[in-house]
Design a protein around this ligand. Sequence first.
Ligand SMILES: C[S@@+](CC[C@H](N)C(=O)[O-])C[C@H]1O[C@@H](n2cnc3c(N)ncnc32)[C@H](O)[C@@H]1O
Length: 227
Amino acid sequence: MPPTTLAKRGVSDDGGVSDMDATRRFYDTVAAAYAAALPDTRAEAPLDLGMIAQFVADLPDGDGLIVDAGCGTGRLLAHLATLGASPLAGVDLSPAMVTRAREAQPDIRVEVAELTALPFPDATVRGILCWYAIIHSDADEVTAISREARRVLRPGGTLLMGFQAGTGTRRIEHPYGHDVTMDAVLHDPATIARALDAAGFDVTAVAERAARAREKHAQGFVLARRR
Ligand SMILES: C[S@@+](CC[C@H](N)C(=O)[O-])C[C@H]1O[C@@H](n2cnc3c(N)ncnc32)[C@H](O)[C@@H]1O
């Protein structure tokens, strides 16, 4: 039997619109296997962890949550806690991923929410880590996600996006042993930086590194400060 294709990117009539339900179903399906395969940040390169350390160093002083947006199973929440980032919160589209994150981090508020509708008031959040959460989002969605991040961040608040770098889409087949497929979007770091600038951020660092170990793609990172 062929694998179930949950979402195809770049093949729809209007150029590849979001399929949020398919993304949610995909992560609900793979949540347990994802948690087992990626229990922590050991898959991250020193450069990746350095970008996260810089994100924490750049957080403005004062009140406000630090949000892991698209937190998945919460492995980056645990990492942020080890770096002293507090108070933390997480949001994710997938209820199954959120359940895992809550089990792993019972003291941290984790909610089901979309990146384009964050459950926080305007200008209250100190920082947003968006780590491999835009990998199913096209350019229009990245624009909407960037604007929503700006809405909830305090002036001076920091945003870090990590993502697979490149152009076009790639097919994810049999992820984590499941008989499903899903398309992921590759992003050009310079394009992400321009989108953030247009949404009201000053970009403070842009990095791209080559694929390493079992990775199939280069990895991109953009760090920015809300104007
Ligand atoms: C590749 S996983 C990364 C999870 C986590 N950040 C990590 O690095 O382990 C992508 C996550 O982003 C979430 N996600 C994707 N699109 C989203 C959206 N539009 N709104 C909220 N969450 C989203 C998925 O549900 C999934 O948990």
